[in-house]
Design a protein around this ligand. Structure first.
Ligand code: HEM
Length: 484
């Protein structure tokens, strides 16, 4: 069996780690064009192996690469073996990647139960309220004009809005005091080196472990307090803790409090950077494209009526250009640049001569295929209107509900066989998509309603992401220039 070509490197263990880490998209593109040495002189093309911190990592590009990695069977490809060292110390035990995948699939289903239209209706109100309070309080946003440093401001607002809605009022109240510091210390656990050395006795890891214990305690106290008050009352708003407190595993057992706490931490941390990075980029792109901001404003007036009518769940669904704005931002600035799985059995890759051995990790990058001119003309231009022309069946964004099944749709050319998969696909598909669309939609709509957004003088265009400060799993967009 032939193995995929290996990207040339000088230093054995380090391999291409640094080039990949600095500019993953450029690295993929360069390798794709390179010629393999030796007998096989064909180009590397869409499938090649590079060394990532000692690990042979086979990159599978394009729509078929996405499908190969995302639609793999669980006995063939394991996500938990790759991600668990990073996530388990942060999220805690017995949830997500620290339990058999069948159990995690039940946990994902529980979360979905909680994301009903009714819950979303109340989330829209709460997110809007929190955004309006934020706008009213921020000194930069008072008066006739001001300069806002977008990424840190959006990181803060994302936390407030997600905690107020999904996490519940007690968590939001404690974000003004205890939880903000705990969140920060936990978040520091998502550092790339922890893929390899998660338990190294470094101050950062000790702070992470302390923060995890305290955070889990905070959630368990909330749960116990809620039980003491005699369960959910008419006046209590929907949130994920109430939902999980009412769920039972297939064997009839309720979810232990500790697992609820760990799942809540996973939702808080797992959804934060992706949402906050996407909304920052949407704002920065809007600042570079003031004409779109005008159109978005006109859309609100046309669809919802003039004035300050409250934004509702139903109203939000009708704002098509706003949805395209989020969709386009997720195309060009997808916050997850690499998706990885550990290969468990030798895998023949259809359409190629290659067999990928079990010592390898496979890597897909829907973020990279979403920037490929083969699929998207002028891919580097941020243009929400491009989605008006796209037929759904041409760019299937896999907006279905089937991640828990062995997804066979991929074989028929649908499902994960798509260049546009910002929320992944197959059994590990994101469950936060609708929540993210709602959160992003409400925040953007309210900024469009309240402000004319443009770049500060001298800033042209939207900065590219500085990957050197990012984690290879979630891309942390900390390194923006300040825009207004
Ligand atoms: C999985 C993207 C927001 C919870 C994923 C995956 C992607 C993704 C690409 C698949 C990872 C893989 O296959 O390895 C995003 C983006 C978001 C977002 C772009 C926002 C713009 C959220 C939010 C939550 C969330 C808000 C929680 C409320 C999850 C969970 C998984 C997941 C639980 C499942 C992992 C699995 O089954 O292995 N997300 N996500 N995400 N996401 Fe999101």
């Amino acid at each position: 069996p032939t193995k995929p070509p290996v990207v040339f490197h000088w230093i054995p263990f380090l391999g291409s780690t640094i080039v990949y880490g600095r500019e993953p998209f450029k690295f993929f593109e360069d390798c794709q064009k390179k010629r393999a040495s030796g007998a096989d002189r064909s180009q590397y093309g869409d499938v090649f192996t590079f060394i990532l911190l000692g690990k042979p990592t086979t990159v599978c590009l394009g729509a078929s690469g996405n499908n190969f990695v995302l639609n793999g069977k669980h006995r063939e490809l394991s996500a938990e073996e790759v991600y668990s060292p990073l996530t388990t110390p942060v999220f805690g035990t017995d949830v997500v990647f620290d339990c058999p995948n069948e159990k995690f699939i039940q946990q994902k289903r529980f979360v979905k139960f909680g994301l009903t239209a009714d819950a979303f209706r109340s989330y829209v109100d709460l997110i809007a309220l929190e955004t309006e309070e934020f706008i009213a309080k921020r000194s930069e946003l008072q008066g006739t004009n001001g300069i806002l440093d977008v990424p840190p401001a959006m990181a803060e607002l994302t936390i407030y809005t997600a905690s107020r809605s999904l996490q519940g009022k007690e968590v939001r109240a404690q974000f003004d005091s205890t939880i903000a510091d705990l969140f920060h210390d936990l978040d520091m656990g998502f550092t790339p080196i922890n893929f390899m050395l998660p338990w190294a006795p470094l101050p950062r890891n000790r702070a992470r472990d302390r923060a995890h214990k305290k955070m889990a305690q905070v959630y368990m106290e909330i749960i116990q307090q809620r039980r003491l008050q005699g369960g959910k009352k008419e006046t209590d708003t929907e949130d994920m803790i109430w939902n999980l407190m009412g769920c039972k595993y297939k064997d009839g057992q309720p979810i232990p409090d500790k697992e609820i706490a760990h799942m809540m931490i996973a939702l808080l941390l797992g959804g934060h950077h992706s949402s906050s990075a996407t909304i920052s980029y949407a704002m920065l792109q809007m600042a570079s494209n003031p004409a779109i901001v005008e159109e978005l404003y006109a859309e609100q007036v046309r669809v919802l009526g003039p004035g300050d009518a409250p934004l509702t769940y139903e109203g939000l669904q009708k704002l098509t250009l706003l949805a395209f704005t989020v969709k386009e931002t997720l195309r060009l600035h997808n916050p997850v640049h690499s998706i990885m799985r550990q290969v468990k059995v030798p895998l023949f890759m259809e359409g190629t001569p290659y067999v990928i051995p079990p010592s390898h990790v496979v890597m897909a990058s829907p973020a990279s295929s979403a920037r490929d001119p083969q699929y998207f003309p002028e891919p580097m231009t941020w243009n929400p209107h491009r989605w008006e022309a796209v037929k759904r069946e041409d760019i299937d964004d896999n907006n279905d509900d089937e991640e828990e099944e062995d997804n066979t749709k991929g074989l028929t050319g649908k499902g994960s066989n798509s260049p546009y998969l910002p929320f992944g696909g197959g059994r590990h598909r994101c469950i936060g998509e609708r929540f993210a669309y709602i959160q992003l939609g409400v925040i953007l709509a309210l900024f469009v309603r309240n402000f004319k957004i443009k770049n500060v003088a001298g800033v042209k265009g939207t900065p590219e992401t500085d990957f050197s400060v990012s984690c290879p799993f979630f891309l942390y967009v900390y390194a923006f220039q300040s825009n207004a």
